[in-house]
Design a protein around this ligand. Sequence first.
Ligand code: PMV
Length: 318
Amino acid sequence: MKSVASAPGKIILFGEHFVVYGVKAILCSIDKRIIATSQCIDEKIIKIKSSLGESSMKLDALEGLDSISPKFMKPFFYIIQKTMKERNESTGIEVVLESQIPAGVGLGSSSAACVAVAASVNGLFGKLTREEVLKIAIEAERTIFEQNSGADASISVFGGLASYDRSTGFHNILSKNNLNFIISNSGQTHNTEEVVQQVKNFKEKNESLFFNLCKQEEEIIRNATVALEKNNINELGLLMSKNHELLKKIGVSTEKIDLMINEAKLTSYGAKITGAGGGGCTISLVDDHNRKKTLNNLQKISDCFITRIDHSGLRYEQ
Ligand code: PMV
């Protein structure tokens, strides 16, 4: 028997980095997914296969999770070991991951993979609720990135458009419109932890400037919440571009990203980095009027695709 589950990636519309220091962020899940297929196997091993690599460990391995290579697989082994222990199971397991989400560029592929693996592996023995999947996915992600806020995994499980802050968590926003974005990939992969550390260094050297930028970000997010309520796409785009200026000031943009943003701003409603920056992706807000033109222009300088908000979140496919 096979158990198949899928989970979406995400983009951050507003608030990345500032969210680490208590400011709200607004994010949504996208129509690109990771699909995890699990099955029990006779061999007494845990095996994980993905297009980025393959890894396996014996069920009774003594070395533990720290010896897992490549490192991005560690959370998946954590999920499987924990599931087997809690369910008192001792079968071998194989998980195959298929991804529509480019990896390492701020589109939430690692969180989506944890969510899909947790749902699919547990589905072999008895399905978990969304809340249970979320809990184990966040725990798993924290085995490699301790400060992880849990925002990516939350949006991947529940889908839609939401705000998130560290003290009150995740709140779904009922958006009346189906926003369309162009995601452009700079091709420069980034390490979120490193970029977050770089921003921390910047903050420590520039306390009052950073405090002021947090205040500006809070105002952008207040206005963006109103623009979303009123379905005001022009205002939303302007606020995204304004948000990008703040991200530039904290040093997370690059020459290539700025080139992509300037190009996008010529025809879209607005554009910004999405995620940690230091490379990664940009998002440009578009609709039927400017989608084709913006896509054509951005395609000349980056890999890009159109995306819209995914409203289904985690799905049990089989
Ligand atoms: O993993 P990314 O690239 O989507 O960035 C995460 C967003 C940050 O605000 C930079 C970090 C965080 O934990 O919120």
